[in-house]
Write a protein that binds this ligand. Structure first.
Ligand SMILES: CC(=O)N[C@H]1[C@@H](OP(=O)(O)OP(=O)(O)OC[C@H]2O[C@@H](n3ccc(=O)[nH]c3=O)[C@H](O)[C@@H]2O)O[C@H](CO)[C@@H](O)[C@@H]1O
Ligand SMILES: C=C(OP(=O)(O)O)C(=O)O
Length: 436
């Protein structure tokens, strides 16, 4: 398993281009199964999770062609559905979270979909009830093989229904939406997730001929159609990656411009960083971050009480940025309570930051109080292992700010979601090497 060696404590400088969004790509790639015509996708990030999903599609019989760097075409006209019950699929499907969204399109088009319990980050319980309750309401039969942790849904026909989701699950909404576009009659999905990536999926499906109303809201109304056609789609810039670069710039007091960020899709993210004292300048569609040589000061609430940064479904703050925000707060002026509501095992990595000298109190698995050093004391370099993708990038940011040489193992977790990260960071002047 690869490792990064990082010599930290240096300021960085320059421009970095945001990659295509991982979590949008996972939805969009699954949607290619909804038609036998060609679908062309641009801005595909070259990262482990996406490459595994593309390989699964290829093994399922999808014709995949690389048209340019980050641009590919997909045609699902001759599928080998037996692959879904093979050992190879059971292994491959397990390794990433996004594979769960293969089920909706397969069920809609072929009347059956199977998937091993999907992997992804070990960040707490990640149940799939919302997905399967939705499929059952559309008329599917659900099967679960407990020994093999293998899920299946089958239906001769799907019939539109009024669905009220128990929670606004992102992948659950995408999955049920992809099943309902080919169901007979009208489906409504209430309490739907409505983040930009779901909006992008809706827009793509509409281009393919689907009839969807309410895009961008938590109430989607779908009129089923008999078939969908091919289309072209361009993925948005990855908002979690953009947030990670903002955290990196602040924590290393670097002057960085993030290019082509898609401002209008960033929601509450820029203002959240501003509450933490970070100056962000909108320059066209770029974000310019000045070097913060005098540090950054966390704002209190209006009544003077300590700021809380918490996650919630869109348009609230994504949980995927809380680890980065937490690490950045370790060098702020002031205190903040980080409240990770959605996942219960995502904050344990703070132990490593405490070892490095950060002032953090882990109150319980969901909440941590961070007391910033205001750059009066630097973190100490250390050896660590990346437990999940966002803790991994946060530890990498900590290592780049710490004096001395740090080592981060298990960096596959970072490569899952960040394209050529070492090369791109070296482009900003970072001293980072990939070693075996
Ligand atoms: C491949 C992909 O797109 N992964 C993202 C997707 O995962 P994913 O779609 O798996 O996450 P879900 O939206 O289903 O739920 C995430 C967690 O939050 C809880 N929950 C969810 C909704 C809610 O209103 N209340 C609540 O407590 C769920 O019980 C679950 O534990 O969305 C998560 C939440 O933004 C992100 O962290 C993941 O990066
Ligand atoms: C949790 C994440 O990914 P996944 O859902 O793919 O595990 C993430 O992107 O932060």
């Amino acid at each position: 398993m690869s490792t990064f060696r990082i010599e930290g404590g240096y300021k960085l400088r320059g421009e970095i281009q945001a990659q295509g969004a991982k979590n949008e790509a996972l939805q969009i790639l699954c949607a290619v199964l909804l038609t036998d015509e060609k679908v062309v996708i641009s801005n595909i990030p070259d990262i482990i999770d996406i490459n595994i999903l593309i390989e699964l599609l290829r093994k399922l019989g999808v014709k995949v062609e690389k048209l340019a760097s980050n641009k590919m075409s997909f045609q699902a006209d001759e599928l080998n559905l037996d692959y879904l019950t093979s050992e190879d699929f059971k292994e491959g499907g397990k390794s990433l979270r996004g594979s769960i969204m293969l089920i909706g399109p397969l069920l809609a088009r072929f009347g059956k979909g199977y998937i091993p319990k999907p992997g992804g980050d070990k960040i707490g319980r990640r149940r799939l009830d919302t997905h399967f309750e939705g499929f059952v309401q559309l008329g599917a039969e659900f099967r679960y093989n407990k020994e093999e942790h293998f899920y299946g849904v089958e239906a001769e026909r799907l019939i539109g229904s009024e669905i009220l989701l128990e929670e606004a699950s992102v992948t659950g909404t995408a999955n049920i939406l992809m099943a309902s576009v080919l169901a007979e009659g009208e489906t409504s999905i209430y309490n739907a997730a409505c983040e930009p990536y779901i909006q992008q999926l809706c827009k793509m499906l509409i281009r393919m001929g689907a009839k969807i109303e309410g895009v961008g809201s938590n109430f989607l109304k779908i009129q089923g159609v008999q078939q969908l056609s091919g289309c072209e789609h361009t993925l948005l810039p990855d908002m979690i990656e953009i947030g990670s670069w903002i955290g990196l710039a602040a924590m290393t007091q670097s002057e960085i411009t993030i290019k082509n960020v898609g401002w209008e899709h960033l929601g509450i993210i820029p203002s959240t960083f501003k509450r933490l004292g970070i100056t962000l300048e909108k320059r066209g569609d770029d974000i310019y971050i000045p070097p913060h040589l005098n540090g950054y000061e966390i704002q209190n609430f209006i009544d003077g009480s300590i700021l809380t940064i918490a996650d919630s479904p869109w348009p609230g703050l994504t949980p995927d940025l809380l680890s980065v925000i937490l690490v950045m707060a370790t060098q702020a002026r002031g205190e903040v309570l980080i409240h990770q509501k959605m996942f219960e095992s995502r904050l344990f990595f703070v132990d490593k930051l405490i070892d490095m000298g950060a002032k953090i109190i882990l109150c319980d698995p969901h909440r941590a109080v961070v007391i910033g050093h205001d750059f009066k004391s630097q973190l100490k370099a250390t050896k660590m292992s990346s437990p999940d993708i966002r803790a991994g990038i946060s530890l990498l940011i900590a290592a780049l700010s710490a004096k001395g040489t740090s080592v981060i193992q298990n960096i596959d977790q970072i490569d899952r979601g960040y394209e050529r990260i070492d090369e791109r960071l070296r482009g900003l002047g970072a001293r980072i090497e990939r070693i075996d």
